[in-house]
Ligand binder design. Structure first.
Ligand SMILES: Cc1cc2nc3c(=O)[nH]c(=O)nc-3n(C[C@H](O)[C@H](O)[C@H](O)COP(=O)(O)OP(=O)(O)OC[C@H]3O[C@@H](n4cnc5c(N)ncnc54)[C@H](O)[C@@H]3O)c2cc1C
Length: 320
């Protein structure tokens, strides 16, 4: 099997999700190539090599500067055809999902999305995809090549393998129709501390906080721990916290080392977004809250009493 992994990057760094996918594909036992598209991207090839790619294709062109899918589809379609890759794997993000869908249409290829694992069966790629509200895992395959796979974000942890990659520059030819969309403006939400996708520690708040102002409890604890703040859909829908922090089936999938859930019931739709966390601590006043069924540490009590005390203790320990 030959595989190409699309490596997304942000502010000059490959994103962890893409590197995790790269590592997983490399573990399947075949040589894996990666592709970097953008401007000034060649410098990232070394890091990509250290995460499992034996070859890195670099397409560096002003036409690829804006995070728009169609120019990327143009370059990828040619690369996949000329190199004959029979598998193309993406770590899900808004852009990667658009690129994967565009590439599937361009190459008339099958795309399996929301995969949480990959394996080889008889030398062919098989994907694993949660179904029925993530209560079962279905095995999915492809009827034709190339096989396109989109991996659920946060599924595989990035790990360095210590290897290095040969770098190959790729010519960039953009179709006229791919120049029709232009980036008018790009704005970044100002945030302090790590994003929930990258954080080692996440402190998440739910409806049990009582009111939006009480998110300051969660924010203080996250700050003391150097972590990020996440939220449930119930509070996001109520306008208590931004949508970008929602964890779960219709939000983000996260896998921090530590996830502290404050006033969260632990509905299945929330669980699927955080069950991959290393250690789960839940604080809930209801001893029968479903979240306790899958927590490593269950704290039965009121978030308004426990969270400030915990923050104080962390500050004391850290001397901050
Ligand atoms: C199709 C679909 C998709 C969905 N996607 C998502 C998703 O992506 N993410 C998501 O989170 N949800 C999602 N949901 C919603 C999900 O089903 C739950 O409704 C939601 O997760 C509940 O949020 P919550 O835990 O904040 O609120 P609740 O379920 O209301 O839980 C609040 C908890 O706080 C506890 N509590 C109350 N007061 C205190 C206190 N003072 N101290 C300590 N504990 C207290 C209560 O005992 C309770 O357990 C989805 C639902 C559907 C149908």
């Amino acid at each position: 099997m030959s595989a190409l992994v699309y490596v997304e990057h942000h502010e000059g760094e490959p994103v962890k999700g893409s590197l995790g996918v790269l590592g997983k594909v490399a573990q399947l036992g075949n040589e894996v190539a990666a592709v970097l598209l953008g401007t000034g991207v060649e410098g990232m090839a070394e890091a990509v090599g250290r995460h499992g790619a034996s070859r890195v294709f670099v397409a560096d062109d002003p036409a690829l500067e804006a995070p728009l899918p169609q120019p990327r589809v143009d370059v990828l379609a040619k690369l996949v055809e000329s190199e004959g890759f029979d598998n193309v794997v993406f770590g899900a993000s808004v852009l990667a999902s658009d690129v994967a869908a565009g590439l599937a249409a361009r190459l008339d290829a099958g795309l399996n999305w929301d995969l949480v694992d990959l394996e080889l069966k008889d030398g062919k790629l098989v994907g694993k995809r949660p179904a029925l509200g993530d209560s079962v895992i279905a095995e999915v395959g492809w009827k034709s090549e190339p096989r396109l796979a989109l991996i659920r974000s946060g599924t595989f942890e990035a790990a360095e393998t210590g290897g290095s990659a040969d770098v190959t520059k790729v010519p960039v030819e953009i179709q006229d129709f791919s120049k029709q969309a232009v980036m008018v403006e790009q704005a970044h939400e100002e945030s302090q501390g790590p994003s929930i996708e990258d954080a080692d520690v996440i402190v998440a708040g739910g409806r049990g906080l009582g009111q939006p102002e009480n998110f300051s409890l969660v924010e203080d604890l996250a700050k003391a721990l150097g972590g990020a703040v996440a939220a449930t859909r119930a509070v996001v829908d109520a306008g208590w916290y931004p949508y970008s922090t929602q964890v779960g089936q219709t939000g983000k999938t996260v896998s921090p080392k530590l996830y502290i859930a404050c006033g969260i019931s632990g509905a299945i739709q929330h669980k699927v977004g955080m069950q991959g966390s290393g250690t789960i601590v839940a604080i809930n006043k209801d001893p029968n809250a479903p979240i306790f069924e899958y927590s490593d540490l269950a704290v039965v009590g009121d978030v308004h009493e426990i969270v400030p005390k915990l923050t104080e203790l962390v500050r004391e320990k850290r001397g901050s």
